[in-house]
Design a protein around this ligand. Structure first.
Ligand SMILES: NC(=O)c1ccc[n+]([C@@H]2O[C@H](COP(=O)([O-])OP(=O)(O)OC[C@H]3O[C@@H](n4cnc5c(N)ncnc54)[C@H](O)[C@@H]3O)[C@@H](O)[C@H]2O)c1
Length: 287
């Protein structure tokens, strides 16, 4: 798909960070964009700020962890716009887990992260793809993974990394199934980067529902991205969300499944991991 004008796009997690930048870029390219997010105040703020730049986006509240909420979103979008051509399953969260051992992490941290990062994506696919297929038009499903887990796992963030490994895997399968069915839809997996992206992800706890809160545990906030990089043992450099949005849009235009920057350490990590598997050699912790 080269021309986005009049195409309908839904971006989950569209009220902040990477999703917001993608929404702004698509709106600038003439698409009809729905930002779907659990944070109503941020939706309103984003709509106002984009409007002041001459960009119109629609906003709808959704909790991607709940199937009925995503179904209701899909119903509203198809009723209002007829079809969806670009589905960005992008909403994602991170918990404060750097350096915590896997066996010390409470069940609710696993449940919440997997509910948003993995089930959120499958809910999006389940709610939107059948009608997108039925309409028979060209379309794209872009799932946001991460180099951390989606390519190779950092040793310090087990919950996040393993959730993103699932996103890469399920998106590969989606791609295979679209091909086997001769569908007019294409799947893509997006790896924001090449470095840590300057977003609000470190304050994900602001949108953690009560059901996933842990009694007696204060909401987690990192000091900043530099502190995260230090605790994870990775180089501190920041990528801006707008750069990720440019990469994502270009990847869709080019029809590339792997939307992954050539910069940064991903290639090196992937090579090291693949070589260790092929050689049946025990892996070393990734840096
Ligand atoms: N920031 C990074 O360095 C980085 C790196 C790789 C991948 N990613 C991925 O990029 C995606 C976007 O994250 P970001 O960095 O822009 O963070 P962000 O916190 O700025 O944006 C995430 C958005 O998702 C929304 N959200 C959270 N839970 C939701 C739910 N249950 N239902 C609907 N919306 C919900 C939040 O309200 C927020 O607006 C995520 O999937 C994240 O894992 C981020």
């Amino acid at each position: 798909m080269h021309d986005f004008s009049e195409k309908v796009a839904v971006v989950t997690g569209g009220a902040s960070g990477v999703g917001r930048a993608i929404a702004a870029k698509l709106a600038g390219d003439g698409a009809k964009v729905v930002i779907a997010d659990v944070d109503a105040a941020s939706i309103a703020k984003t709509r106002d700020e984009l409007a002041s730049q001459g960009l119109t986006v629609d906003g709808m509240e959704v909790d991607v962890t709940r199937a009925e909420s995503v179904d209701a979103l899909a119903e509203r979008v198809f009723a209002a716009y007829g079809n969806v051509h670009l589905l960005f399953n992008n909403a994602g969260v991170g918990i404060k887990e750097a350096k915590r051992r896997i066996w010390t992490i409470p069940e609710k941290d696993w449940q919440w992260t997997y509910s948003v990062n993995v089930i959120g994506v499958t809910n999006g696919i389940r709610a939107f793809v059948p009608t997108m297929l039925e309409r028979g038009e060209e379309g794209h499903v872009i799932n946001t993974s991460s180099g951390n887990g989606g390519i190779a796992s950092l040793p310090t963030t087990p919950v996040y990394a393993s959730s993103k490994a699932a996103v890469t895997s399920l998106t590969e399968v989606l791609h295979f199934q679209f091909l086997m069915d001769g569908a007019k839809l294409q799947a893509h997996v997006l790896f924001p980067g090449p470095h840590l992206v300057n977003t609000n992800i470190l304050n994900s706890d602001r949108v953690r529902p009560d059901a996933f809160r842990i009694e007696g545990q204060a909401p987690a906030t990192y000091v900043d991205m530099r502190a995260l990089a230090e605790s994870a043992g990775v180089e501190f450099k920041l990528t801006e969300p707008e750069e990720v949005a440019d990469m994502a849009i270009e990847g869709v235009r080019d029809g590339r499944f792997w939307i992954l920057s050539k910069l940064g350490k991903s290639d090196e990590r992937l090579r090291t991991r693949t070589q260790s598997i092929l050689a049946r050699e025990n892996p070393e912790p990734t840096q």
